[in-house]
Design a binder for this molecule. Structure first.
Ligand SMILES: C[S@@+](CC[C@H](N)C(=O)[O-])C[C@H]1O[C@@H](n2cnc3c(N)ncnc32)[C@H](O)[C@@H]1O
Length: 226
C-alpha cells in the first residue's frame, strides 16, 4: 500500500509552496488529509484561527476548491492585508474573547471545518472550543493543533494539570460513553449527542461531529445453538 504522504495533495502543495508562507508541523498533513479529504470540492465553510503569513488560507483554498468559504481569524492587525486574497475572508480579533467569538459565529453561520492554530494557550483553546464547537454542523470536524501546549508551563499547561485543554479532552472521552454510565456523575450531554468520535495524535486532537443516537445492538445470521 503506498504511504498516505505520497498521495497527499496537501503535503505536495506544502512542499512546493511558492505562495505566502505556511508554518505547520510536517506530520499534520497526514492527519489533515485523513479527516478533511471528504470535504474537498464541496460548498463547505472552513474557519482557521491563526492566519500568520496567510499561506495556510491559500493552501485550504486550493485543497478544498472554489466552492469552499475560507475564513481566517487572527489577533494581529497585519493580517488584514489578506482580506483581499481571492476567496478568503479574514477577521481580526482575540480567540480568547468570548464576545468576539459569539459575534464571529453569528456572522459566519454554521461551520463545517474548524482548525485552531492560533496562540495555543489554555484560555485560547478552551474559549474557542466552548463557543465555536456548538456552531460546527453535524458531519463537521474540529481540529485543535499544538495541544502539546497542555504540557508546557509557558502556555498555562503542566502534566495532568487541571484546566488544560488536554485534561478537558480526556474528560470528554468519558462523555462519548455516557450512554452506558452507571454513575450519576456521567450523563448524556449535548456533546454526547453531537460527537461521533475523538482522535488523538501527537500535538493534535480531532473531534468529528454527527447526530448521535442511543446505541443499540442487533443480531443477524443463524444461531448455532438455541
Ligand atoms: C502558528 S501561527 C499560525 C500559522 C498558520 N495557520 C499557518 O499554518 O501558516 C499562530 C498565529 O496565531 C495568532 N494568534 C496568537 N494569539 C492569538 C489570539 N489570542 N487570537 C487570535 N490569533 C492569535 C498569531 O498572531 C499567529 O499569526
Amino acid at each position: 500500500v503506498p504511504s498516505l504522504s505520497r498521495r497527499n495533495p496537501l503535503e505536495r502543495y506544502f512542499r512546493t509552496n511558492r505562495g505566502r508562507q505556511i508554518y505547520k508541523w510536517t506530520h499534520y498533513f497526514e492527519v489533515y488529509h485523513r479527516h478533511l479529504a471528504r470535504y474537498r470540492h464541496k460548498s463547505i465553510t472552513l474557519v482557521e484561527f491563526g492566519v500568520y503569513q496567510g499561506g495556510s488560507l491559500q493552501m485550504w483554498r486550493r485543497y478544498f476548491g472554489r466552492r469552499a468559504r475560507i475564513w481566517g481569524v487572527d489577533i494581529n492587525p497585519d493580517c488584514k492585508q489578506f482580506i483581499d486574497d481571492p476567496g478568503i475572508c479574514v477577521r481580526i480579533g482575540d480567540q480568547e474573547d468570548r464576545d468576539f467569538l459569539r459575534a464571529l459565529i453569528t456572522e459566519i453561520g454554521p461551520i463545517d471545518v474548524v482548525i485552531d492554530d492560533g496562540g495555543h494557550t489554555m484560555a485560547q483553546q478552551l474559549a474557542t472550543f466552548d463557543v465555536v464547537y456548538p456552531a460546527v454542523r453535524p458531519g463537521g470536524v474540529y481540529l485543535v493543533e499544538d495541544v502539546q501546549s497542555s504540557y508546557s508551563e509557558q502556555y498555562g499547561g503542566g502534566l495532568r494539570k487541571r484546566g488544560t485543554f488536554m485534561e478537558r479532552a480526556k474528560r470528554l472521552t468519558d462523555q462519548l460513553n455516557a450512554w452506558h454510565a452507571q454513575d450519576d456523575r456521567l450523563r448524556v450531554t449535548r456533546f454526547t449527542r453531537t460527537t461521533r468520535s475523538m482522535h488523538f495524535y501527537d500535538g493534535m486532537v480531532v473531534f468529528e461531529k454527527d447526530r448521535v443516537r442511543r446505541p443499540r445492538t442487533a443480531k443477524t445470521g443463524t444461531p448455532s445453538w438455541s
